[in-house]
Design a protein around this ligand. Sequence first.
Ligand code: ARG
Length: 565
Amino acid sequence: MDFKKKLSEVLGKNIPELNEEEILTMIEIPPNSEMGDFAFPCFRLAKVFRKAPNVIANDIAQNLDKEEFIKSVEAAGGYLNFFIDKQYFIKAVIEEVLLKKETYGSSLMGNGKNVIVEFSSPNIAKPFHIGHIRTTVIGNSLYKIYKFLGFNTIAINHLGDYGTQFGKLIVAFKNWGDEEEVKAKPIPTLLKLYVQFHEEAEKNPQLEDESREWFKKLEDGDEEAIKLWQWFREVSLDEFSRVYNMLNITFDSYAGESFYSDKMPGVVKTMEEKDILQKSNGADIVDLEEFGMPPALIRKRDGSTLYITRDLAAAIYRKETYDFYKNIYVVGSQQNLHFQQWKKILELMGYEWADDCVHVPFGMVSLEEGTMSTRKGRVVFLEDVLNKAVEQTREIINEKNPNIDNLDEIAAQVGIGAVVFQELSNNRIKDYTFTWDKVLNFEGETGPYVQYTHARASSVLRRAEINVDNNFKSELLVDDITLEVLKKVQQFPEVIKDAQRKNEPSIITRHIIDVAQAFNRFYHDHPILVEDEELKKARLTVVFVVKEVLSIGLGLLGIKAPERM
Ligand code: ARG
């Protein structure tokens, strides 16, 4: 139950000077529960009423029409502190989860509006490396969060399957490539050819010209160029799909850069009509100086288009196709300037919906060992990272629980979940270093810890062999430790909405860690499968609601919640 909302209704009746929406945004959760369960600051009202905040707080406290759920209200330091009736609270929270089960925290607020989440978008013929993991898992999680809140979500993989690098690859393959080798080990071989191209081109600059010619041929529909390009694309996609399958990620569309190749002339024409293109050394640019940005190159002298041109075409196409409410791009912060220029150009082209296009940036991930630059060829493949995580998890589980059934399945769920969880633990904008130590820990603030807590709750419920329902005695649950657990459960729906508003899955990650920790304190302190049937039943409802929240939370992060591990 949304106590904040209920409180704002009560306060709204008592403070007609403020509307309920405003009040809702002002209600806070005090740092400790001695100060109440919720607090309403009166500082902003001081101006309206021309009284000191604490005087106002006192007035409101005395005159408030309290409803059943409010046990007491106190004025202190300019705040109104609300104490919720504990048993009312316990009943409301537990009954709601029992009723809604796996839909607890979901909402219809999205009203079926179309939200595009573009994520992952790796480059063809290049390794799908550890650097891509963040866009992939943040995007997938946002996709699930928006969906859970009632939006109609569309997952797009804007594959980097076009551009001058394909000219390079074609030249490299024609000179030094071997078909069988590409078939056997597609991406490593294509990567090797790409690296070789750069080495050779340093000695022989003419190769660069050749590669530009081949890309131009590709754009002009040359048969040989298209055939090679298609082949590179196919073998690369096969490799990417393996990783997406491991991560349980699916896309609604793989319309990547090449998809827009025939839509480029239309975009350039519109820009000409809007008179925003300028010639510069024979190329077409948009001058963005008055907006404090370098010019954007739209079309090269030889007529070939660029990354940004394709992104402009993509945005227009998406608006026409999906009439999106929001068009979200989960792309690293290295591309901030690109997206700023792109958005400004959409505005200059007169598209009001430019504002509904949102770049969701994130910081860099680095590994302890080595770099990830594709030019130098030293890369850490995401697939290898995931496989290693599964391998190590298998060993840990085998040690802890040697008799477990389907070890392979669970090792995959936990190992991959661990990597995903770590990615989603950090505020997305922060750079961070991937370390194995932190990932696979069953005790720390990790995925395995949360999954393990979920499995523990599942196991207690299995062993109890009774079904939980609304028939439990809330007076048996009023101790602090249990209340702490239920408070976290009660906050969960709000946490999901906050994650959506800020496009920040880590808000959910951190919250489910809190839930798991609170639950484990409860579990250590309160024997559950006790003789006393009433007590057992009451405590089992707590176990049940925690299990639901952990499973929903993990699900929103794109992580499985095993029943046993
Ligand atoms: N393929 C690009 C890369 O790997 C990312 C594409 C991001 N999406 C976009 N619409 N520009 O760097």
